[in-house]
Design a protein around this ligand. Structure first.
Ligand SMILES: NC(=O)c1ccc[n+]([C@@H]2O[C@H](COP(=O)([O-])OP(=O)(O)OC[C@H]3O[C@@H](n4cnc5c(N)ncnc54)[C@H](O)[C@@H]3O)[C@@H](O)[C@H]2O)c1
Length: 261
């Protein structure tokens, strides 16, 4: 039987990349899915494609997770179309990579509002229904920047470290009410976001090759490899996992003294 049969899910930032892969896997496992994204047209295209491939109910909802009103409207529309939400994946995120003293207050605010507060806004919106039904799973897509840091990427790791704190704080708070809250921390994953980083270097192809060579498996993570773990955390198979952070980074964050920088 499909592992998410009959469940309803909201995946934020699901118009493309890791979120789109998670939405597709959830639908393939029998869930009805809301593809919520600030890129409304792309979200519609992605949702239609997944619905066509899987035969599941997959809807697109325009939403800016930095705007609490937009999140409330999105949740209401998802609820109306799919029923009460069983699974929330907080995946939407942005890269704000600066040298700390060169960064502006606006950089800080954008990073914290989208990468950290957005997840809390979405979670606090779905939690009351989940608590009332004593059933729910929340999955935060963090990053290995939640455990290790890289120069020149400020304040992204600050937000991602805090998102791990948010995951643990909420996980413990609601574990007794039937809710499981966990996280996944991918390493370098082959998406538009990663490509944007390569494109900033003078030779994007060489930058990609260099990053690939530094990964212990010699390649980037694939979005579907993150989606496989998201299916497990969303399913009833993982309900005793509380506040965990599953790292999928090809082992780069456990490595010592093998790189020059
Ligand atoms: N790609 C990587 O190497 C990598 C590594 C670790 C963690 N992550 C994290 O995984 C998540 C997804 O990353 P991705 O690589 O798929 O990125 P992506 O840019 O391909 O997709 C992110 C999606 O989020 C949406 N989004 C951005 N801001 C939003 C907002 N305010 N409201 C609603 N939607 C918004 C974008 O429109 C986009 O569709 C992010 O949280 C990112 O930090 C990515």
């Amino acid at each position: 039987m499909a592992r998410l049969s009959g469940k309803t899910a909201i995946v934020t930032g699901a118009a493309r990349g890791i979120g789109a892969a998670i939405a597709a896997r959830f639908a393939a496992e029998g869930a009805s899915v809301a593809v919520a994204d600030i890129l409304a047209d792309l979200a519609r295209e992605t949702a239609a494609g997944i619905a066509h491939e899987t035969g599941q109910k997959v809807i697109a909802l325009a939403c800016d997770i930095a705007d609490a009103g937009s999140v409330t409207t999105m949740h209401q529309a998802a609820r109306d179309a799919l029923g009460p939400i069983d699974i929330l994946v907080n995946n939407a995120g942005v890269n704000v990579f600066r040298e700390p003293l060169q960064s502006t207050r606006e950089d800080w605010a954008r990073c914290m509002t989208v990468d950290l507060e957005g997840a809390w806004t979405c979670t606090r919106t779905v939690l009351p229904d989940m608590i009332a039904r004593r059933d729910g799973a929340v999955i935060n897509i963090i990053s290995n920047h939640a455990m290790v840091v890289m120069r020149g990427t400020f304040p992204y790791p600050v937000a991602k470290h805090a998102l791990l704190g948010l995951t643990r704080a909420l996980a413990l708070e609601y574990a007794g009410q039937g809710i499981s809250i966990n996280a996944i921390s991918p390493g370098y994953t082959d998406t538009a976001l990663a490509q944007e980083v390569f494109d900033k270097s003078p030779d994007p192809a060489a930058a990609r090759r260099s990053v690939e060579a530094r990964q212990p498996p010699g390649r980037l993570c694939r979005p579907d490899e993150v989606a496989s773990v998201a299916v497990l955390l969303a399913s009833d198979e993982a309900r005793f996992m509380i506040g965990e952070n599953v790292v999928i980074d090809g082992g780069i964050s456990i490595r010592m003294y093998e790189d020059s920088d």
